[in-house]
Design a binder for this molecule. Structure first.
Ligand code: F6R
Length: 251
């Protein structure tokens, strides 16, 4: 695991975007696993800027989003489908047939989960997975639990997640209680993983996930077992990591 500490959110995002563009340069038809939330927003902006100046071509990439709320249609601003089109897809030359986002409006969610899993498998798995981390250590919507959940599954969202994500909704009651999430198998099966975290509120969970024991109670801790993880965090998110633990510092 390489841990890169950037000065701030902006430089973290630039570094993340350059890793993604390098991946696409090396493999134009890369299968990218993508995250939503506040953390990757600036990274998507950087990638859009790179596309506009001709530095990256998305025409052959295939994407799989990590998760989606159950019961929010695309027109709803807080649906992750809306987020992805608004913040990324409609600004780049991605082929819409290559975009995959779990359908939280599917009449049969269990079926949707197994079909999503099969689609990832049919594409040969993820080449490059982007992750954020929840305050409770979740990745995708793999919430703290007694066991790691391998497959794409229906999630009952944690109180902490509902509370954290209520910042995007009018009231906390509006936050969906369920979501569909890619499971740990597809995430850990990715050839490369990029974990991003920014801000003081992530400092403690970043320390726990990267430097304490591996446990389903902190789902991101499983990343310690992956052979190719790059963690890019800003100084605030690195605040709880002891100097002896850092294997790469970028000042
Ligand atoms: C979203 C996702 C989540 C977020 C996490 C952090 O697709 O997979 O795991 O990455 O909740 O969210 P932010 O970036 O808003 O702090």
């Amino acid at each position: 695991m390489r841990v890169i500490i950037e000065e701030n959110y902006e430089s973290m995002s630039k570094r993340a975007a350059s890793l993604i563009s390098a991946q696409i340069l090396l493999k134009p038809n890369s299968v990218l696993g993508l995250a939503t939330g506040s953390t990757p927003l600036r990274m998507y902006k950087e990638l859009i800027n790179m596309y506009k100046v001709g530095a990256v071509d998305f025409s052959e990439i295939i994407t799989f989003n990590l998760d989606e709320y159950v019961g929010l249609p695309m027109e709803e601003i807080n649906s992750y489908k809306h987020y992805m089109y608004d913040n990324f897809f409609r600004h780049i030359n991605i082929n819409s047939d290559n975009i995959n986002i779990p359908d939280g409006m599917a009449p049969d969610i269990e079926k949707e989960c197994s079909e999503y899993e099969a689609k990832i498998h049919a594409r040969g798995g993820i080449d490059f997975q982007v992750l954020g981390i929840g305050n409770n250590g979740h990745i995708g919507f793999n919430e703290p639990d007694l066991k790691f959940k391998a497959a794409t599954h229906l999630v009952e969202l944690d109180e902490e997640t509902i509370s954290a994500n209520s910042r995007f909704f009018n009231t906390i009651e509006d936050v969906p209680k369920q979501a569909v999430s890619m499971g740990i198998r597809a995430i850990m099966g990715a050839k490369k993983i990029l974990l991003l975290a920014s801000g003081k509120c992530k400092a403690e969970v970043v320390r726990k996930a990267l430097y304490e024991g591996i446990t389903p109670e902190v789902p991101a801790s499983i990343l310690q077992l992956h052979p190719d993880v790059t963690v890019i965090i800003d100084r605030d998110a690195a605040a709880c990591i002891g100097a002896g633990n850092i294997n790469m510092i970028n000042i």
